[in-house]
Design a binder for this molecule. Structure first.
Ligand code: URP
Ligand code: ZN
Ligand code: ZN
Length: 463
């Protein structure tokens, strides 16, 4: 009996190695690696000459079908995972939201329903906790046992998502014991709210005031406080969507002290800046997300942080809202613009292009940032995040020379603009496989809604 599929002539690139090897797939798993594997009776042979074969991307920060700001994010689990697959991402970790008064179980059940029958590639969930009584704190253990092993909390959005320090500290103490990992939205929501109210009172209502009322100091202060609370609780902490050098410095200092502190940044903070708000009219609303865009000089600091492992992961914080009808809800008042931007499709190309093609770091570091580190930190490794016998055959045949200019006219996300419109990239996925099934072939989608499965994740282990 032959293999189901063999990928031949490619250069296998993992977080540690690059070598020429065939990759054989049987029953959705990688079943052999080696040169000149027998091709007789193989169900399918894919030629990867001149290309890398890398593990499927893992995006640990998306918001599909998420109610927010009086509307719902524009991609659901079908369109969002499909766009992800086009970009070489084969696993998403989305957020199940516990609203006030609800159990954590309700959040998990609700998001399982949103995803089931729709996702084209595999998915898992973090749980966003907004209301933490004793019952919900105890429930965290049950969720961890069911494979929801990370919890997001907000230090911002007072009255909506924000939790007080005591609740955050209690949750961190729980994860210190049960092996969960807290993901922190670190911005000082109280101080920001004062600045927002002042701006509104002064009639400053244009989109750029969203950014101008959320200073980098507010992010750095909350990052520092999150780290201190985690240290006191004896727990690891993962800072989400880190946007600026001030916060990066706090993470770097903590890591230098040997604390289990981790952070992600997102392509928008590496490619865009506060200058995007100079766009005419209401166009700046396209860039309203939180934390906001910063001055341009922060970008190189973040790239350097990725290179030197002060930052461990690149995620997207994909939270798409159409410009027409959704972003427009805030035409007269920036506080009413739904916060979020679309990005799930272009993470690999943007990070390969800016990271590897522009000489900032190696192909191995690229794989580490977009796949292996997320898999290890969030309990998916070694099932996902690497190319090894026994791992899921989530694979991307990545053409390092293919060029593309990002545009809403060609992207696959269900949103009417691109944050990265006109940005040229070098390096794109050619063929994408999810558990051994080809889901994307060049410009064609050949996957199936509902083929994606919920993945139960393991608990955190120190990296
Ligand atoms: O503006 C953003 N980032 N929207 C999504 C929610 C969040 O805080 O991650
Ligand atoms: Zn957040
Ligand atoms: Zn987010």
């Amino acid at each position: 009996m032959g293999f189901d599929t063999i990928i031949v002539n490619g250069r296998v690139a993992t977080a540690t190695d690059i070598y020429t090897s065939d990759v054989a797939i049987s029953d959705g798993k990688i079943s052999a690696l080696g040169q000149s594997l027998p091709r007789d009776n193989a169900g399918k042979i894919i030629d990867a000459a001149g290309k890398y074969v890398i593990p499927g991307g893992i995006d640990v920060h998306t918001h599909l079908d998420m109610p927010f700001g009086g509307t719902t994010s524009a991609d659901d689990f079908e369109t969002g995972t499909r766009a992800a697959a086009f970009g070489g991402t084969t696993t998403l970790i989305d957020f199940a939201i516990q609203y006030k008064g609800q159990t954590l179980r309700t959040a998990f059940d609700t998001w399982m329903q949103k995803a089931s029958g729709k996702a084209v590639c595999d998915y898992a969930f973090h749980c966003i906790m907004t209301d933490l009584g004793d019952a919900q704190l105890a429930e965290m253990n049950a969720l961890v046992r069911e494979g929801v092993t990370s919890f997001k909390m907000f230090m911002a959005y007072p009255g909506v998502f924000m939790l007080d320090d005591a609740s955050i500290f209690k949750a961190l103490r729980m994860t210190g014991k049960n092996g969960g990992l807290v993901c922190m939205h670190a911005e000082n929501g109280g101080a920001i709210d004062v600045l927002v109210q002042q701006a509104l009172a002064e009639g400053k209502k244009a989109p750029k005031y969203h950014a101008l009322t959320r200073p980098t100091t507010a992010e750095a202060e909350a990052t520092s406080r999150a780290i201190a609370l985690a240290e006191m609780a004896g727990a690891p902490v993962y800072i989400v969507h880190l946007s600026c050098n001030d916060a990066l410095e706090k993470v770097r200092e903590a890591r230098d002290r040997g604390l289990p502190v981790y952070a992600e940044t997102c392509p928008q903070y590496l490619y865009l800046s506060i200058e995007n708000f100079d766009a005419p009219g209401f166009e700046g609303a396209k860039y309203v997300f939180t934390p906001p865009l910063r001055e341009k000089w922060h970008q190189e600091k973040l790239w350097n942080g990725l290179k030197r492992d002060h930052l461990q992961v690149v995620s997207t914080d994909h939270c798409p809202f159409c410009f027409k009808e959704q972003k427009e809800l805030g035409r007269d008042d920036f506080t009413k613009i739904p916060n979020g931007g679309p990005g799930v499709e272009h993470r690999l190309s943007l990070i390969y292009s800016g990271g590897v093609a522009q000489g900032r770091f190696s192909v191995n570091r690229f794989v580490q940032l977009v796949s292996t580190a997320p898999a290890k930190l969030f309990g998916l490794y070694p099932r996902k995040g690497t190319i090894a016998v026994g791992s899921d055959a989530d694979l991307v045949i990545f053409d390092p020379d293919r060029k593309h200019t990002i545009s809403a006219t060609t992207h696959h996300m269900r949103v009417d603009y691109s944050m990265f419109e006109g940005i040229p990239v070098t390096g794109m996925p050619d063929v994408v496989l999810s558990r051994g099934r080809v889901v994307v072939e060049g410009d064609k989608f050949v996957g199936r809604a509902g083929a994606g499965e919920f993945i139960k994740r393991s608990t955190y282990s120190q990296q």
